[in-house]
Structure formats: structure tokens, C-alpha cells
Design a protein around this ligand. Sequence first.
Ligand code: ADP
Ligand code: MG
Length: 319
Amino acid sequence: VAEFALIDRLAERVPTDGPGVVLSIGDDAAVLGDLGDELLVAATDTMNAGVHFLDDVSPVALGHKSLAVNLSDLAAMGARPRWALLNLSLPHADPNWLDAFADGFGALAREHEVSLVGGDTCEGAMSIGVTVLGTVPPGQALRRDGAAIGDDIYVSGNLGDAALALRERLAGRLVAEQDARALDFPEPELALGRGLRSQASACIDLSDGLLSDLGHVARQSGLAARVELERLPTSPSLAAIAEDDRFTLQLTGGEDYGLCFCAAPEREKAIRSLAAAEGTRVTRIGQIEAGAGIRCLHPDGSEWLPAASGWEHFREPRP
Ligand code: ADP
Ligand code: MG
């Protein structure tokens, strides 16, 4: 099948129309509107074969994840997602592959009421670029730079499951079902993010590993962070791993796609009821302090030091 047949197959499987979509796929550009008093929030992320996914990954998972990682960025801003654009570079036009990819992408788009309104399809090494557009009321976007001294630090979900799944898969070992789901089908925390607009002082989504991501919050807020290691939310498969190895996965592994956020201590009750209402688990893991950098402390007060701090493109040597 050729380029336009691929676009048609996509459009059959992914919602392309919805609120604010005046003109969708099929013309030279989309026409979008209906923002009311809200502001536009935009995020984009690319996934390349060999860097972001293994060549044999399921196309359904790839479709889901390419949208999920973008929606996770909007979640971290407290935004409501509305529209998406999809840039597909594919080595060949395999309709079965495309249908499965579109089904994964489409199911998540439908769940969060996102319409696919445009994109580009071309031949080349496999690369998937997604752009999402969402909205947030003026002054309510969650940012990285708002943390204050004494704020509690929270994360949603568990840490390290996706990193463990990736490591086991690369080693050719069997991956536990729950860990494989964490790696292949991360669920963006959109409802939690929106609820945090009125509660959190700062927020980021966990893509590169807690140390790296919380490091951005601390640096951009001009402060330091203390992480208490015994508080890290840990799944049963992670709990079975030797501590030093486990901490490396949980703090530097990346691809968790939960939210890491800060809030004043008096917000704890409201945050716990918000998480309960959204059916997601949040864990308080530490506190914002004066100074700079991140300290990870054992219960006896001694410090744990990582061998590496998180994923960065172009950094050598690779772990
Ligand atoms: P143009 O040549 O004007 O850039 P194209 O012929 O590339 O337009 O695309 C035709 C229409 O299909 C456009 O509306 C474009 O946004 C849409 N489109 C192309 N590829 C994709 C894709 N991968 N996902 C969603 N929409 C797409
Ligand atoms: Mg054109």
C-alpha cells in the first residue's frame, strides 16, 4: 500500500474528529479552535528504532507508547489533551503493522478524548514523532520551577518496573507480565495532573529516571532535594532484587511515566484523597531543602551514590 492508503487506514482506527476540530486530516493543515479562556499547551516527542524501542516490539505497544509519552508531558503540566499530530517514518508500508500501530494509538486517544488531526507519512528508517496539543486555564499550568523549602516530594505509581523489564528483555530473559506492561503500555497520569493544579508547587513526569527528573525540579526551583530510600514505591519483582541494584533501577532507570511533584505539607490530606479518587497511588518520598543537588539517604542517614544519574542522549559511554 502507498502513502495515502496508510493515512486512510490510520484515520479509520484513530479518532480524527472531536471538540474544537474544525478541519482535520485531509487538507494542507488542520484548523482547530474552541479554546474558551484557556491557553494552548504543546509537547512533542520522537521515538526511534534502536534508541527508544527494540526492533521486535509489538506495533500495538508502539502505538500506545508513542502517544502515552506525549500525554505524560501534558499530565505533568496539568493540561487537558485535545489534539495530536503524528509523523511516521517507516521502512516499508506494511498494512498489518500499520493497523496494529493505529489500534494501540487509537485506543489511548479514545480513552483521553484526543483527536488525530494531522501528521506526515514518509519512507525511511523507523521513527515515530508525536505532537500533542492541550489546554490549561491561565496561571494554572504546573511547572518545574515552583518548589519551595519544606515541600514534600511525591511520586505516583511504582519506580523501576519498566527499567527492570527492559534489562530482562535485553538479556533475553523472561519478563514478568506486570513489568512488561509498565514498559510497553505506560498509563499517562492525566487526571492526577489536572487535580494537582490546585495542590502541587512543582511537577515533572518521570521519563529519564527519578534522579535526573527530580534534579530538574530542584535546579529550576533553585533548591535541593532529599530522598528517603526506604520510602521508594517498590513492586514485588523489584523487592526481590539486591538493594544497590534495585536503587539503581528505581532512581536512574527511567521510563516510569508517573508524576513526580512537590507540595506544601498541609496539602497531604487533599493529595491523598485526590489520588484515591483517581484510583492512583501516590507515595511521599522526601522533602525539598535549601541548597542544591539531590541526596538519597538510607534510614541510618548514610548517603547512597549512583553510578550514573539517568538517561541522556549523546552521552558516552553507554551503560
Ligand atoms: P501535505 O503534502 O500538504 O503536507 P500530505 O499529503 O503529507 O499533506 O498529508 C495529507 C493529509 O494527511 C494532511 O492533512 C496530513 O496532516 C495528514 N497526514 C499525513 N500523514 C499523517 C499521519 N501519519 N497521521 C495523521 N495524519 C497524517
Ligand atoms: Mg500541503
